[in-house]
Design a protein around this ligand. Sequence first.
Ligand SMILES: Cc1cc2nc3c(=O)[nH]c(=O)nc-3n(C[C@H](O)[C@H](O)[C@H](O)COP(=O)(O)O)c2cc1C
Length: 358
Amino acid sequence: MRWQTRITSLFGIRYPQICSGMTYVSTAELAAAVSNAGGLGLIQIGHLSPALAREEIQRARTLTDKPFGVGLALIMPGAHENAEVALDERVPVINFSLGKGDWLCQRAHAYGGKVIATVVTERHAIAAERDGADALLVTGHEAAAHGGDVTTMVLVPAIRRVSTLPIIAAGGIATGQGLVAALALGADAVAMGTRWAMTQESPVHAKTRELIATKSVSDTLYTANFDGMACRIMDTPTARAAARKPMSPWRALWAALQLMREQGTPVRQVVANFRRHGALATLQLSFFAAAVERIRLAILDGDHQRGVQLIGQAQGLIDDVPSCETLMQRVMQEADSGFTAISAQAGNADAAVAQVTR
Ligand SMILES: Cc1cc2nc3c(=O)[nH]c(=O)nc-3n(C[C@H](O)[C@H](O)[C@H](O)COP(=O)(O)O)c2cc1C
């Protein structure tokens, strides 16, 4: 019972651990494996067509009878349609980022679903609470992809001060010691990304797994030139070239149109998206779209000549590829021993229990 928190109660899960939504990585298999191991797996559906998103959700239901969720960035083309699929499928947990999710909260709550808002600033946290989110996923600077400007160590307590919502801390966490630290900072659970990507159930290519295992905590770049928004990627010669200068907006727009065609997004939705988000956001999502193919090449094909790998600083803490079940148990054992070590140091285990487990 030691690790029961507001998040385990909210989602009906055993351990305060979530597998982040990761493009191409967070499939139905990975999400279901994490949920079966006692955490909450999220399927990333932002880059899928609505039909594929529905297929993934239905596939997850054949792989687990435990709660699971989906993740999507509302700014992406087709995101609203995919959110409609998730609502229609009554997915237990929906995690959204980069957009206003009040309507999503209302609709999910109507069937008993829960909504997690990803935030990287105090202002976003306050807005998400006002909009009806059930929990906040607070992503610090160490994280793969789009963590905030502020490190997890500082961002979690800062958001704890302005919000009463349960917090899921993300960014730089790969061990049970990280879990204990996050709970001590005021979080109610953690979401690991890079660590779950290095498991047997993850689709990450063998070559990419080998590369991740050789990299240190310093081998990442943080640049806005890759997909138009400050983004953490693995330091490789290809990534360095991509980080050197911003992509031309025309190339980005062209890539976005290609992606929409692949997703089967009708022209009227492109226009609706433009009206909903405006010109700047449309340009931003064009940069995202342009980056998607390079992300796919690195993750699924192990091609680092053309591909670019989204990765967090935590890569330097990882050198093996366990099953999700093994990793879950290992992290909880590390948390137990980390907690015991702190308690012994403090010499007051009871007071520490009251502080760390709520
Ligand atoms: C391979 C990979 C792909 C990712 N794709 C996305 C994505 O599509 N959208 C998103 O918001 N975050 C994405 N992330 C970030 C994770 O959702 C999460 O915030 C991050 O991995 C947490 O930090 P950590 O990697 O230090 O654990 C990705 C992360 C990885 C490793």
